[in-house]
Design a protein around this ligand. Sequence first.
Ligand code: ZN
Length: 55
Amino acid sequence: MAPTGNVRSFIWNHFLKLEKGKAQCRICMETYSFSRGSTSNLKRHFKLKHRTTHG
Ligand SMILES: [Zn+2]
């Protein structure tokens, strides 16, 4: 199992990693592509559609 210490991206609590460069939103089940190393695309979607927390 993976060691702890990679909890940096909260986004992966809400997205499911698919094949390389793709992720699926757990809430609306939409599939999005994202650049390697950059999840800003997913964060943007989450903030726009499912934002629950401030910041
Ligand atoms: Zn969504």
